[in-house]
Write a protein that binds this ligand. Sequence first.
Ligand SMILES: O=C(O)c1cc(=O)[nH]c(=O)n1[C@@H]1O[C@H](COP(=O)(O)O)[C@@H](O)[C@H]1O
Length: 308
Amino acid sequence: MINQLVSNIKKTGAPIVVGLDPMLSYIPEQVQKKAFAEFGETLEGAAEAIWQFNKEIVDKTYDLIPAVKPQIAMYEQFGIPGLTAFKKTVDYCKEKGLVVIGDIKRGDIGSTSAAYATGHIGKVQVGGNTFAPFDEDFVTVNPYLGSDGVKPFIDVCKKEQKGLFILVKTSNPSSGEFQDQLIDGRPLYELVGEKVNEWGQECMGCSYSYVGAVVGATYPEMGKVLRKIMPKAYILVPGYGAQGGQGKDLVHFFNEDGLGAIVNSSRGIIAAYKQEKYASFGAEAFGDASRAAVEDMIADIRGALENR
Ligand SMILES: O=C(O)c1cc(=O)[nH]c(=O)n1[C@@H]1O[C@H](COP(=O)(O)O)[C@@H](O)[C@H]1O
């Protein structure tokens, strides 16, 4: 899967991910009304609205981008119908040739991690039948439980040619509370980065490992250090746009080959029509506003990489 991700990035020239994080408040009224007319103001109605919203955004952007990142919490809040919309989104994006990063941020004791890995990137056996229940291409993993909580995900990746992005330094304001704590004079995120590098060494695709890392766009100096600690890890960089990250902050997340990082924006793309900059599109043309926001994001990052 890492090879498909790299190939999609080279083909589009766009090291970006569109985060499909649909909140009902981002979904234009006409889309909500239509879904509620069919299913009522119910969990099913909400799930239909987020599915139709996602589909329009994917239809308007898929030719420009290599990958999407649906964040499962946005779907789980609508219970079982929400999870059905998550799965429909995963399948639709894959049909469109996009790499799907399931943002699930899981991690537990070994046996429980194994079940998470099976459900999201692996296959489950039911009697004589085998199913790939969610079938994302990559998932995000929380490494707080240590190696035995991460290894079951790596084992499934090896078997199924899937991939991981492991939280190393997150983008949120409180991330330093634990992640920046010094251990023998070195911050914890550096030690986690070293572990990601170690885990990734036996998981190489053509040029990059399929064990990647998450490092927030909001901490560019730390990104620079982590890039060197994990030279073969693809770095998923959230925090662009709504959280303040800009192209010029991100150049050191990339390697000299122009690869090695993929920058996520969720609200900045999917709710673009609500921003002043794209307001002229109006709520009816929300998908076109998202396309314009994708084009601007690509230009910003490409421009920064060309001028570094
Ligand atoms: O793993 C992630 O994707 C992630 C890690 C992190 O450190 N910070 C972070 O914002 N994220 C996710 O990235 C997305 C950011 O959304 P926006 O701020 O709307 O672009 C959300 O889905 C977050 O859950």
